[in-house]
Write a new protein. Structure first.
Lengths: 184, 228, 331
């Protein structure tokens, strides 16, 4: 029964199976190096063939509620490796997946004539979900911020000082990182 | 004095005289064990504890940080001393020498102290109950005369320890040597005696996280009864 | 069109069942209406290598590194894995071409990705039809036996990716630290930890956790009869904790094996363990992106502090321990 329940749970949700080796990017570097930081809601997810129908990627469209950095307009479409098209599916293990209706903050990079993409594959994607108890909109992934020039600091699992940020605190962290960068 | 009075006087005299006569003759009436005498004994047992090994949960270090392994947490384990029971069945080969079969049972606790956690998990004692049996034999040599009989003993046994939930069986050989004494409490051919034993038990294998020979003390106090 | 290639799955998902066999963090898929492990059923796994050099590494050197990495996994006792180099190809990885391709590629959209694995699956059987390994050509690479300063060790990364190719997910047995402008591994006790050691360092040896994982997928009867598992729940105030990371430690051998609570009721199984008493510990995955291990859309509970289980758990041979309850507390 438990197996069935887990099956149903996962079928209802987009699944991202993370199986890559990433070079971690620290939050401050993510903020300062991303040309675009957009907060919005996913309004469209479309898979398409690329490279002469040899691979599938997914175009994800975000309706921006605000830009914390840069501006790509009211709606921005990004490219994510992998996706499903009819009976065919390319699975890029490690790529984030999205559903229409998801609220996200995405750190994007663009290049000439290329559709924007998420920095660091999944590292530049932060989901916003409502806390069941308080109703506050919370950023689900931990935000790790180093102190410039400080000695290496172990990241302790279960550290009571590290708590999820709500969207307002997340915005403030972004602005603080941008402000510090400007000051430098 | 009439006849009734004479009988009463004689009865009183006999009740006094016979015990005195019997006491005067007790070294002979308390018959020493002889070849073929059987004795049973039961005792409360205390088996000492021992260090069951220390270990560290290590992670391979990124050489760019340091050269020594990262310690996630440490464990220090001990098999705690525990009470138990033992029973013995012996046969005398002569007045001084006897052979015994021994059965011991106890339920010590294997306790691991978990600490030094990299992420500050609270130090914890994690226990597992062990069911321990020793089945063996001993040879005893008795000294002394009268009520008090010190003795020395030595023998071998088979140790069987079962971890909690009856999984994880440890077996091994056991050698023991020590001394004790018997203090006769009653008289006659089938006396009860107080029996005290103290031995050092050397075990080739026992419940622990590092396998090595261990010597544990055992103390027993109980009663013996010479059956015949 | 790939007529001979039936590709596509309705869903790819991580899953766990309560049996001792289905215990490790593995890649899975919904195929034919049922959940199946991503695993190879036909051996040897034939692979091609993209005929493209990068600075410091030639295509033949990449092939040799892949060969050694495949051999490392195949050397695990009681698993029957094998591979076969099928030749060099002009094809790049991450393209649907009916071939398992390992190669270097320049992908600007995959910055900060050292390596990645992709799959093409049969929706009917769940069989892996194609799996590619991408290695980012923008990073400096090395095949030096002792490593090379400033360059990523190729064999270490390929060893990790081939673990994924075989169907393994990530291990959470590792610790990291913040450094100025970044984050790095302090220590890891699994090749399948998602973050590599710093450039210039090697991580080419499979650990107990990796071995338990691959054995959980491909282990034979000998493996199952020689090992056991620990089962239980992680709870907080009586409720299950989804996404807790569990560690089983054997003080006798020093081996660490991890597991995850993959059900909303906090149920977990840690399999592939040596028989005997073990220490069990639970912790949250709140030191980075929990999506490195589990689906980011799951309601993973990160709000608790690490805790030990307060009893030694005896792992039986060829069986599962009594169910335990590891109680954790909110931060």
């Amino acid at each position: 029964m438990r197996r069935m329940i887990l099956c149903v749970l996962l079928v209802c949700l987009p699944i991202a199976v993370h199986a890559t080796v990433l070079v971690p990017i620290e939050f401050r570097e993510l903020v300062t190096t991303a040309p675009v930081i957009v907060h919005g809601r996913i309004v469209d997810v479309q898979a398409e063939w690329i490279e002469n129908r040899r691979s599938i990627e997914t175009l994800v469209t975000i309706e921006a509620s605000e830009y914390l950095k840069g501006d790509l307009g009211e709606r921005v479409t990004i490219r994510v490796p992998g996706g499903q098209l009819g009976r065919y599916r390319t699975i890029f293990v490690g790529a984030p997946s999205f559903q229409v209706g998801d609220e996200v903050v995405l750190f994007l990079r663009t290049a000439d004539q290329l559709v924007p993409w998420i920095i660091g594959l999944s590292q530049g994607a932060f989901r916003i979900v409502a806390d069941p108890a308080s109703g506050r909109r919370m950023v689900t992934a931990p935000v790790l911020i180093s102190t410039p020039g400080a000695a290496p600091e172990p990241i302790i699992r279960g550290d009571v000082r590290r708590r999820p940020l709500d969207i307002e605190a997340f915005r403030a962290a972004v602005r603080q990182a941008l402000g510090q960068r400007a000051a430098q | 004095m009439n006849a009734r009075g004479n009988r009463a006087a004689l009865t009183l005299l006999a009740s006094i005289a016979f015990p005195i006569a019997a006491a005067a003759q007790s070294p002979r009436a308390d018959r020493d064990p002889r070849a073929g005498s059987w004795e049973i004994a039961a005792a409360l047992l205390w088996t000492g504890g021992y260090n069951a090994g220390s270990a560290a949960a290590l992670e391979t270090r990124n050489p760019s940080t340091r050269s020594t392994p990262l310690t996630l947490f440490t464990t220090d384990s001990r098999l705690r001393g525990a009470p138990g029971v033992e029973s013995r069945l012996g046969v005398y080969l002569g007045r001084r020498v006897s052979m015994e079969g021994v059965l011991e049972f106890s339920r010590p606790v294997l306790r691991s102290h978990l600490g030094g956690d990299f992420e500050s998990a609270a130090p914890t004692d994690a226990d597992a109950t062990v069911t321990s049996y020793v089945v063996g034999g001993s040879a005893l040599y008795h000294f002394g005369n009268g009520r008090l009989h010190p003795f020395v003993e030595g023998g071998v046994g088979y140790l069987r320890q079962l971890l909690e939930d009856h999984d994880g069986l440890i077996t091994g050989a056991e050698f023991h040597a020590g001394a004790g004494l018997k203090y006769r409490l009653t008289h006659g051919a089938h006396p009860f005696a107080l029996r005290l034993d103290g031995v050092a038990s050397s075990r080739s294998r026992s419940v622990a996280f590092d396998q090595k020979r261990r010597v544990v003390p055992e103390l027993a106090a109980g009663l013996s009864w010479r059956v015949f | 069109m790939r007529r001979a290639l039936i590709a596509g799955v309705a869903l790819t998902c991580l899953f766990a069942a309560t049996s001792a066999v289905e215990a490790y963090l593995k890649l899975g898929t919904n195929a034919g209406g049922r959940l199946v492990n991503l695993r190879w059923h036909t051996f040897p796994i034939r692979y091609f290598v993209t005929n493209r050099d990068v600075p410091g590494v030639t295509a033949p050197q990449l092939q040799h590194a892949a060969d050694r990495a495949f051999a490392s996994w195949a050397a695990v006792p009681n698993v029957a894995l094998s591979s076969q180099f099928a030749g060099f190809t002009s094809a790049l990885p991450l393209t649907g071409d009916n071939a398992n391709v390992i190669g270097f590629q320049d992908r600007p959209d995959l910055e900060r990705v050292l390596g990645a694995t992709s799959f093409t699956l049969d929706t009917v059987s769940g069989e892996i039809l194609e799996s590619d390994i991408f290695l980012n050509s923008t990073f400096p690479w090395s095949v030096a036996p002792a490593g090379e300063a400033g360059r990523q060790d190729l064999e270490s990364i390929v060893l990790h990716e081939i673990g994924h190719l075989h169907g393994l997910g990530h291990s959470a047995l590792g610790e990291t630290e913040l450094i100025s402008g970044g984050r790095r591994v302090i220590g890891a006790e699994a090749v399948m930890f998602p973050i590599a050691f710093s450039a210039g360092n090697l991580n080419r040896t499979l650990r107990a956790d990796d071995i338990a994982g691959i054995s959980d997928i491909y282990g034979d009867a000998g493996f199952r009869s020689a090992t056991g598992s620990i089962a239980g729940r992680v709870t907080k105030n009586g409720a299950g904790v989804l996404g807790a990371h569990l560690t089983a430690f054997n003080p006798a051998s020093g081996k660490l094996v991890g597991g995850f609570a993959l059900s909303p009721d906090g149920t977990f199984v840690i399999a592939g363990l040596e028989p005997g008493p073990q220490v069990v510990r639970a912790e949250p995955l709140d030191d980075g992106d929990p999506g490195s291990f589990l689906d980011a859309s799951l309601n993973i509970d990160l709000d608790f502090t690490p805790a030990f289980y307060n009893r030694l758990v005896t792992v039986p041979r060829a069986g599962t321990s009594r169910s335990i309850e590891v109680k954790v507390h909110s931060k």
